[in-house]
Structure formats: structure tokens, C-alpha cells
Design a protein around this ligand. Sequence first.
Ligand SMILES: [Zn+2]
Length: 167
Amino acid sequence: MTYLLNEDFRKVLEYISDKKEFTEKEVRRELKIREDEIRKLLYILEENGVIYPLNIINNNGKFDFRWGNRVPNKKEFFNLIFNKELDKIKKEIEDTPKTIYYCENCNLGYTFEESYENDFKCRECGTILKEKENFRIIELENIENNILLLKKNYIPEKRVSKARGKR
Ligand SMILES: [Zn+2]
């Protein structure tokens, strides 16, 4: 659902976070993660405007791809990608109806509009629909909490100033 919850992806993020440039081969060699996995993540980051393609390296017919990082600072890098993802989830929570109308007979959920149009009866079997909390909201809130927890690992809140020297 969100790429930040993928452990392999986070290894790659950690690796590239403070680099101005990197190549796919280098990431693969350093982290032993599959090429298609790496590429999947790099495309997500490109879409988010965090990295950009630089050039193609031809090593005797074996191609490698060099990427540039727009935010080559670990703290800023993670701040940016975590906040982008949190904004996306918040927006999705706002756009998702809080309640659904549910048929226990067919295990089908309807939006308010859909059930209103059909007198709050199931379109399949005619059973009176029950109002229920939309499970999707709970799911999204769980994801949001997980991202917030993760974010703390990467961007510790600055209360303790002596932690600064630690690496
Ligand atoms: Zn039904």
C-alpha cells in the first residue's frame, strides 16, 4: 500500500538518502536487492520528484542507470518522503466515507448515495442495509500510524541535543 512499509525499500532509501548520485548497479551490489524491486522504488521516487534520471552507462553492452538525488541530506530526504506519504494518506482518509451501508447477507458495502437511491436495501437481495463504520478508514489510520512510528526512527524529535554527535 505505501512503499515506506517495505523493508527492502527502506534499505534502499537509507542507502541513497545522503548521496547526490548513485547507480542502480551500485545499489544492487551494496544491498543485494532484486533489480526489479529497486527499479519499482526508484520510479515511485521519480514520480514524487525526489530523484531524477541522469544518464545510462554502457558497460560492454551491460546497462546501468545513474540517478540524481534532489535532497542529498538524510534528514531532509526522509522528512520529505515521509511527509509526502502522510499527506497522501490524510487526503485519502478525508475522501473516504466514514460509514458504509452493509448487507450482511451478501457481504456487500454501499456508499450513502448508493444505498439512498435504493431505499437502504441491498441491490442484490433486498435486505435492509446496516450502517457500519467504514473499515477502509481504520485500515488507512493504521497505515498512517505505522508511518508516523517509522518516521520517528528516521527523524528523531529534537529534544535531546546531546544525541547530535551520535552516528
Ligand atoms: Zn444483499
